[in-house]
Design a binder for this molecule. Structure first.
Ligand SMILES: Nc1ncnc2c1ncn2[C@@H]1O[C@H](COP(=O)(O)OP(=O)(O)OP(=O)(O)O)[C@@H](O)[C@H]1O
Ligand SMILES: [Mg+2]
Length: 326
């Protein structure tokens, strides 16, 4: 393993959402959706950690819980010697400048009544950073950095195309000079050519500003392109993690193999065996016993049905949670 300290460390993160009955809270809490379950990961400075998995696997909840946008049920998020999960809202504000988020749909996080220049300047005003002139200068610089034009300063966000809007979302995340950006499906709503433009902008900015990225996506090709390391999520847990090249050259978990099997390109080039998933993804309201994947795994044994597999490093920096991997 590396000897450097991670910039961000998540330890046994857990998020349960209460689910209410037909009569709301009056009937009491009936059940819990275990959206994130025992997730641990380390992110090193300057790298891109890609988190990939099917819809509903808990990727967004992991990202939101790390930032404190969703309250964790238990676990730790360590940043600069502090456990962010335990901080009060006021204490958390100090660190929130360093940790920003880019969303799939920047519309939902941008006030449509504000002009773009004002949207970008707002956090600087709130944090009382610089005089009016300096602030405006910073906004114009940032527009240029993300590939928008000076005239966009006076427009509204609904007057931008989808790709331009995502550039604005990135600019908004960058305005406070963050250290870490959590990108939640930032290119999933865009067509392929615009996707690669946005991914390239993120890569360039990362190099220039020494940013650390946690990149969330369900798209295997995107995660392969952008990430240095990848974590594969299934039903709220990470089942395999490794350096991107190693993981794609030699996936170990049957679920990872199944995900890769669904991408025609990889099948031809690197995958030796094809794994076809059985059935549907189980409901997180009623997760399977033992290995969460056993109901869909073509290789499952009695042990898989009863015993929860733990993550263990089986090759250098390549870990997997599966009873069947030697
Ligand atoms: N606020 C909430 N209340 C109740 N359940 C929730 C809430 N947010 C998410 N969930 C549930 O938690 C699980 C994980 O959801 P999450 O949005 O994190 O998945 P995801 O991997 O980001 O999926 P997608 O790829 O579709 O964005 C899902 O079963 C979802 O229904
Ligand atoms: Mg999501």
């Amino acid at each position: 393993m590396r000897n450097e300290q991670p910039i961000l460390e998540v330890i046994s993160l857990e998020k349960k959402f209460p689910v209410y009955g037909a009569f709301g809270k009056i009937g009491g809490t009936k059940a819990y959706v275990n959206a994130v379950k025992n997730v641990s990961l380390k992110v090193y400075e300057g790298e891109t950690y890609g988190l990939v998995g099917e819809s509903g696997s808990g990727k967004s909840t992991t990202g939101r819980t790390i930032l404190g946008l969703t309250e964790a049920t238990s676990g730790q998020v360590l940043y600069q010697g502090h456990n962010l999960v335990e901080l009060s809202k006021k204490e958390l504000r100090k660190f929130r400048r360093d940790l920003q988020m880019v969303f799939q749909d920047p519309f939902s996080s941008l006030d449509p009544r504000q002009k773009i220049g004002d949207l970008l300047e707002e956090p600087l005003i709130i944090h009382r950073l610089g005089e009016k002139k300096e602030r405006q200068q910073k906004v114009f610089q940032l527009l240029k950095k993300v590939g928008l034009q000076p005239e966009h300063y006076f427009r509204y966000s609904h007057e931008l195309s989808g790709g331009q809007r995502q550039r604005l979302g990135i600019a908004r995340a960058l305005i406070m000079n963050p250290k870490i950006i959590i990108c939640d499906e930032p290119v999933s709503a865009l067509d392929v050519s615009i996707q690669s433009q946005i991914l390239n902008i993120l890569k360039e900015l990362q190099g220039e500003l020494k940013l650390t990225l946690l990149f969330i996506t369900h798209d295997i090709s995107v995660v392969r392109y952008i990430s240095d390391r990848v974590g594969i999520m299934y039903l709220g847990t990470i089942v395999e993690e490794g350096m991107t090249d190693d993981l794609f050259a030699r996936p170990l978990h049957p679920y990872t193999k199944a995900l890769f099997s669904a991408v025609p390109d990889f099948l031809k080039k690197s995958l030796k065996e094809r794994v076809i998933l059985k059935g549907e993804i189980p409901s997180p309201l009623n997760p399977p016993s033992g290995c969460l994947f056993h109901t869909r795994c073509p290789y499952a044994t009695e042990r898989c049905r009863n015993e929860i597999p733990v993550m263990r490093e089986v090759e250098s920096e390549h870990s997997v949670a599966c009873h069947l991997v030697e």
